[in-house]
Design a protein. Sequence first.
Length: 382
Amino acid sequence: MRFEIVIIGGGVIGLSIARELSRAGCRRITAIERARIGREASWAAAGILAPAVEAHGKSTFYDLCSASRKMFPQLAAELLDETGIDIELDTSGTLMAAFDDLEAEELDITFAAQRKRGFCVDRLSRTETISAEPEISADVRGSLLYPEDWQVENRRFTAALGSSVRRSGLKLIEETVVNSLIIQNGRVEGVETLAGDRIMADVVVLATGAWTSLIKTTAGPLPIDVRPVKGQIIGYAPGPRRLSRVIFGRSGYLVPRRDGRVLVGATVEDVGFDREASVEAREELRNCGIRIAPFLKEAVIEEHVTGLRPFAADGLPVIGPIPGVSGAYAATGHYRNGILLAPITAKVVAEAIIEGKDSPLVSEFSPNRDFARGSKAGAGTN
């Protein structure tokens, strides 16, 4: 069978692109996932939508993240209507808290710099912070409140995308590893799986995350270098909800869910494709959580998961046509921002495929760029 479009990758990015293409009228589409749909980095994410909380200044990357974050209210409503799944968009805001004098001084510096650059941020005193989050540590010195930095329940988000794609009649293939792109005369003609099966297509999108650099072509290596960076996260069992919003500290963050679960994340480990959950990381995350919210000392850790984030050499996403291969597009390298950037990535990739439109939002993130210019990534959300 020949498809109009093959998407390699069934995580939040691949599913978002499939849904956007379907809504634009494309029908002969398949997404091919090496494992199970939505069970890789998208599953191990925290779902934080925070362009500002870790940004040092405004940039094209910040603008991209902000534009995508603004798309979530409408997207959440659409997915609920399409699938009946509530992705639990929470617009309560995000706190960056200080727990000693040095951290408080750093908050003051950050606040002054961000307000000067026009960020939406408020400075809360110790009393105001405790009033906003009564269960926060009594050691808190104050905080910054980012009212436009939000969260979604990432697993419900991915499930809703998958359900929407299935309901539209598109084909999802699981537990199938794509080994290479089939290239003839400089144009993509389809993909070949590890088992040797060929799936032909007019267009191929690499939403391959941490595995992007493992994809070969019949004409030589792809000009995209993406490596895996492991992240570990722990989750506490459901109970009465005792926190109102996401809280960042110096060494990590807490994400309270609607059902009373609390996530604590996340490690950053450059260890290749090692996915083992370590006792050391579990204890590090537990201590981080207790420092921010001491009630977690008595809480039960229900889950400890790892994910492999896709990291390009400059820390920025890789979005757009792949140079030298007509009909092939990249949507990868989102690192800690896959959930946040899913809507805008889907929009610009679909526009590029259907209309041949080059969005100014992603020109800086082309696969054809100079990756040696240094990292400019700011937001850290997943």
